[in-house]
Design a protein around this ligand. Structure first.
Ligand code: V47
Ligand code: SF4
Length: 372
């Protein structure tokens, strides 16, 4: 244990014993996780999470060069926290065809871009064949691009409608060129909370089953949590526990993304947003609890650059991508970054200024360039 951490823990009996466990590489329990959440000793949480992150990821902070496609904001669901979904006839609804999405790819693609991230609403008029054609066309036009696409909730709907098993549907998408699955749609796994904030959406078991099946087929994925609305610390920890157990089985999750609930223009706006301390604490506990998911993503388009940078001192090791102003999900929910875009140079100097070594990665966290 480093000197600074010892000093910060010297008058904190509760955290000291948990810190010893973490130091010895032992797994922490839900009740220990609860003690971490309930602690006001933010310096200790930061130092503990930083020690853990260093053991896993040294001093590296990862980023990739990517862009997003949001095929449609039309959605059959009506999640109460969502500021993005629209009905088919709304004047601000969009719904891109395959040709339009290829144009988006052409607009953003250069040889050094390694990933396209595709997430949108659960569209009632689109089927699995449409999405397979989309993936196949992108694969044909941009053979080297990693295609990370469709949350488990979108996958559940399209595969169900095609009357296929999860395995058959995912296999079909993989054959078309799908490489990995993003972490969205997880929200909070607890069924009572889900009933209150996203009652129509796929349940936790389905979300977990889709990721498990994907992992078994060799499709890696991410996981997320939507926090800071009506859930308690215990709901968050139960969520983390379910992810940790699945990861023990499959080792298929690349990264965990804590998504802070943003409250602009949705059905639960009145509950407000949690403060930055709470966000940072959540990063630290996630890093300490999820000992088997190697990367914690500080998703800057949603957090804003300043808070995303601070999260790197609370256990996060990944900034996600350069984005090129290609996502609206978070700006529509009130995120500080209205047109998120960072050049590679900006990303590198941003990470360096915070004292870390920037690493450009591919979507599976292979190192492409280390900027010492
Ligand atoms: O599941 C919706 C979230 C998610 C709000 O895998 C909101 O690399 C905050 O999948 N406030 C979709 N969050 C985003 C997603 C994602 C994002 C970044 C990286 C990756 C990855 C995946 O967006 C949804 C939901 O949890 N969301 N509304 C809101 N008001
Ligand atoms: Fe639809 Fe996703 Fe919004 Fe829910 S969060 S309403 S599934 S777009």
């Amino acid at each position: 244990m480093n000197k600074e951490l010892k000093k910060v823990l010297s008058r904190d009996m509760f955290l000291s014993s948990i810190a010893e466990k973490i130091e010895a590489g032992e797994r922490i329990t839900i009740s220990e996780g609860l003690q971490l959440y309930e602690s006001d000793n933010l310096s200790a949480l930061a130092l503990l999470a930083s020690e853990k992150r260093k053991r896993i990821n040294e001093n590296f902070v990862f980023f990739n060069k990517n862009f997003h496609i949001e095929p449609a904001n039309i959605c059959v669901h009506n999640c109460r926290f969502c500021s993005y979904h629209r009905n088919v006839n709304d004047t601000d609804a969009w719904d891109y065809g395959i040709g339009e999405m290829l144009e988006i790819c052409k607009k953003h693609y250069t040889e050094d871009i390694s990933e396209v991230h595709i997430v949108g609403g659960v569209h009632p008029g689109r089927n699995l064949d449409f999405y397979c054609d989309l993936i196949a066309e992108i694969r044909k036009a941009f053979p080297a691009l990693h295609i990370k696409a469709f949350t488990a909730v979108e996958l559940d709907y399209m595969i169900n409608r095609a009357n296929l098993t999860l395995k058959e549907g995912l296999h079909k998408l993989k054959s078309a060129g799908l490489n990995s699955i993003p972490g969205g749609g997880a929200e909070i796994f607890d069924s009572e909370i889900r009933k209150q904030i996203c009652h129509k959406k796929s349940d936790a078991d389905t979300w977990l089953e889709i990721h498990k099946t994907a992992h078994e087929l060799g499709i890696a994925s991410n996981a997320s949590i939507l926090f800071g609305h009506i859930e308690t610390y215990l709901h968050r920890l139960n969520h983390l526990e379910q992810l940790r157990s699945l990861q023990d089985e499959t080792h298929g999750f690349n990264a965990f993304i804590p998504l802070k609930y943003k409250n602009f223009n949705n059905d639960i706006s009145e509950i407000g947003e949690v403060n930055d301390m709470e966000v940072l604490k959540n990063f630290a506990v996630s890093r300490l609890f999820l000992d088997n998911i190697f990367h914690i993503k500080s998703y800057w388009p949603m957090l804003g650059k300043n808070l995303a940078g601070l999260a790197l001192h609370f256990g996060a090791d990944d900034m996600d991508g350069t984005i090129d102003d290609s996502t609206k999900i978070y700006s529509m929910a009130g995120a500080e970054e209205k047109n998120p875009s960072m050049t590679t140079d900006e990303m590198i100097s941003f990470i360096k200024k915070l004292g870390f070594t920037p690493v450009e990665r591919d979507s599976l966290y292979n190192k492409r360039n280390i900027f010492v």
